[in-house]
Design a protein around this ligand. Structure first.
Ligand code: SF4
Length: 365
C-alpha cells in the first residue's frame, strides 16, 4: 500500500506542487536558509524575507562575514531571532571548518547550530538527494489522518511512530519530492480545519476519511494558557529629538535586538506599571531623579511562551553620562537614534518596533 500511496502522491505533486522560490535552485545554502526561515513560520510570510536575504547574502561567505546587527536587521519582523543568530553561526562554521561546503552526513549536520532532525532531513533529501524523511506539522497531520492514528503526537512514542511512517513512505531516490509532496498536501488539501478530502489523491487509502471524522486526527492535547507579563518601557528623548534605545543582552530572549529600555514586572506584578518603572529606574539603575511623564497607549504582543502588555511612559532625566552608563548594568549597549536611523540600521524587538511606529504616527518624534 505504501508504494501506491507514494505513487499517487508524487503524481498529484507533479501537477499541483507549489512554486516556491527556494525550489528553483536547490543548493545546500539556499535550502538551509529556507528551512531556517520556515521553522514555525508561514510560507507566505517567508517568501519576501527569503528573496531579500539572497540578494544581501547570496552565499555562506557573504553571510559569515556580515556583522550580526545586519543579519538581525534583515530578519526583523520574521520572529524567533535565535534562528538568525544560529544561521549566522552556522555560516561562520561552514566557512571556517568545512571550506564553505555544508557537510552531507546526518551526524555531522546534527552537531551544527540550528540543525535539528527536521532541518537535517530537509537539507539531506532536498539538497543532497539522500533518502531521508522529514517531519513537520503538515506531514504529521497527513500521516496521522492517513492511518487514523489516535496516539499523542507530542509523546516520545508518538514521535517515534511518526518518523517511522514518514520513512516507510519514501520511494528510493525520490525522497525530496516525496517530502515536499507530503508538506504540500498538508498545506493545501489536508489542512487542520476543513480538509478537502474530495480533492485528495489519498482519499481511497485514508482511514481518517473512512471514519468520517478526519479532523479528529491527530489528537490534540490541551495546552495550558500562556502566562501574561506586564512590561514597562521608558521613552526618553534628547533635545535633538532622538530617543534612547538599548540592546538586549546575549544570551536570552530576543538577544541582540534593540528596544526602548524596559523592565518585565512579571505575570503577577506587585506594583502598577508607573510604580514598577519608577522602582526599576531608581533602585536598579540609580536614576533617582527620574521624572515619569505621560503614559502612552499600551501595546499587546505575543511570543511563543508568553503574552505581554507593554506600558510605555515618557521619562525625563538629566543627560549625564554616568547615568546613561548605568544602563550598561542591564544592557550591553545603548545609543541615541532617530526613527530613520532605527528603521534603517537597527533590528528592533517586535513590540518596540510597534511603539516606535506609534510615536512617529502621533508626531511625538
Ligand atoms: S483524505 Fe482527507 S483526511 Fe485523508 S489525507 Fe486526504 S485530505 Fe487528509
Amino acid at each position: 500500500m505504501s508504494v501506491e500511496i507514494s505513487r499517487r502522491l508524487l503524481t498529484w505533486f507533479a501537477a499541483n506542487g507549489r512554486d516556491l522560490p527556494w525550489r528553483h535552485e536547490r543548493t545546500p545554502y539556499r535550502v538551509a536558509v529556507a528551512e531556517f526561515m520556515l521553522q514555525q513560520t508561514q510560507v507566505r510570510q517567508v517568501i519576501p524575507y527569503y528573496q531579500r536575504w539572497l540578494q544581501r547574502f547570496p552565499s555562506w561567505v557573504t553571510l559569515a562575514v556580515a556583522p550580526l546587527d545586519d543579519v538581525l536587521k534583515l530578519w526583523e519582523g520574521l520572529g524567533y531571532y535565535s534562528r538568525a543568530r544560529r544561521l549566522h553561526q552556522l555560516a561562520q562554521i561552514v566557512v571556517a571548518d568545512y571550506g564553505g561546503q555544508l557537510p552531507s552526513q546526518e551526524k555531522t549536520l546534527l552537531a551544527l547550530p540550528g540543525i535539528g532532525r527536521y532541518t537535517a532531513g530537509a537539507i539531506l533529501s532536498l539538497a543532497f538527494g539522500q533518502d531521508m524523511p522529514l517531519l513537520d506539522g503538515n506531514v504529521r497531520r497527513v500521516l496521522a489522518r492517513l492511518y487514523a492514528w489516535g496516539g499523542d503526537p507530542n509523546s516520545r512514542e508518538g514521535e517515534r511512530w511518526l518518523w517511522a511512517q514518514s520513512r516507510a513512505l519514501l520511494p528510493s531516490g525520490q525522497a525530496g519530492a516525496m517530502n515536499e509532496a507530503l508538506m504540500d498536501l498538508g498545506a493545501m488539501i489536508c489542512t487542520p480545519r476543513g480538509p478537502r478530502c474530495d480533492l485528495c489523491p489519498l482519499a481511497a487509502y485514508c482511514l481518517a476519511f473512512t471514519s468520517g471524522r478526519p479532523e479528529a486526527f491527530p489528537s490534540s492535547s490541551l495546552k495550558p494558557p500562556l502566562p501574561h507579563h506586564q512590561i514597562v518601557a521608558a521613552v526618553w528623548q534628547d533635545t535633538a529629538g532622538r530617543f534612547l534605545l538599548a540592546k538586549r543582552p546575549l544570551p536570552g530572549l530576543l538577544a541582540s535586538l534593540w528596544e526602548f529600555p524596559s523592565i518585565d514586572c512579571g505575570a503577577e506584578p506587585a506594583y502598577p506599571p508607573d510604580a514598577c518603572l519608577q522602582k526599576w529606574l531608581a533602585t536598579e539603575m540609580g536614576w533617582g531623579r527620574t521624572l515619569i511623564g505621560a503614559a502612552l497607549p499600551p501595546l499587546r504582543h505575543a511570543y511563543t511562551h508568553f503574552r505581554l502588555t507593554l506600558y510605555p511612559f515618557y521619562v525625563s532625566l538629566p543627560a549625564k553620562t554616568d547615568m546613561l552608563n548605568s544602563l550598561l548594568k542591564t544592557y550591553p549597549a545603548w545609543r541615541w537614534a532617530t526613527p530613520t536611523q532605527a528603521r534603517q540600521g537597527l533590528a528592533m524587538t517586535g513590540v518596540s518596533g510597534r511603539l516606535l511606529a506609534q510615536l512617529v504616527r502621533e508626531g511625538s518624534i
